[in-house]
Ligand binder design. Structure first.
Ligand SMILES: [Zn+2]
Length: 175
């Protein structure tokens, strides 16, 4: 078991999927969320980080958070800014931005390897494959449960990371 991050199946790419253990997946999401929560300014940037924080295996199930790059909440008109934001989050993640908030010490070689592969994918992603309907469906999820994006972009008081509909990913995974 484990989780994969892949290029869009329709995009002709030689980049191989990232295959991670469930544990390494959690570290990857945590590192992106602490870095991204410190860097996000615009609403869309915050939404990207919340989208990642929703891949909280303690809430949605271990080994169920695989995704393809085109499933992320890209916008056709803001693609270049969103891409450079994500690359910045990755770079600062490599430089351990926010790692002091984690309740554990990530294995640097392993997480760096994943971050660098993810960076390659974001750089190679062709915006022709953005599926804007995915985004519209995601932001409209309401139902009986809390909305996908908590109104007002609240952050955890302790960890200073954006809350997803499942709460704080760091509080949820505290052992
Ligand atoms: Zn927290």
């Amino acid at each position: 078991m484990g989780n994969n991050i892949s290029m869009p199946c329709k995009q002709d790419s030689t980049i191989e999927s990232i295959s991670m253990s469930n544990g390494l997946t959690s570290v990857f999401i945590d590192v992106m969320v602490v870095s991204g929560s410190a860097l996000a300014c615009s609403d869309r940037e915050k939404e990207f980080i919340i989208w990642l924080a929703q891949r909280d295996q303690s809430a949605v199930g271990i080994g169920t958070v695989s995704f393809d790059i085109d499933e992320m909440p890209w916008s056709p008109e803001g693609f270049e800014e969103e891409k450079s934001f994500l690359l910045k989050v990755i770079t600062h993640g490599c430089n351990e931005l926010g790692w002091d908030k984690l309740h554990y010490e990530p294995r640097k070689d392993r997480i760096m390897n994943v971050l660098l592969c993810f960076q390659q994918m974001i750089e190679a992603f062709d915006p022709a494959f953005i599926n804007f309907n995915d985004y519209l469906e995601w932001i409209e999820i309401k139902g009986d449960e809390s909305p996908a994006i908590p109104p007002g972009f609240p952050k955890c008081e302790e960890h200073d990371v954006f809350l997803s509909c499942f709460g704080c990913i760091l509080c949820n995974n505290r052992s």
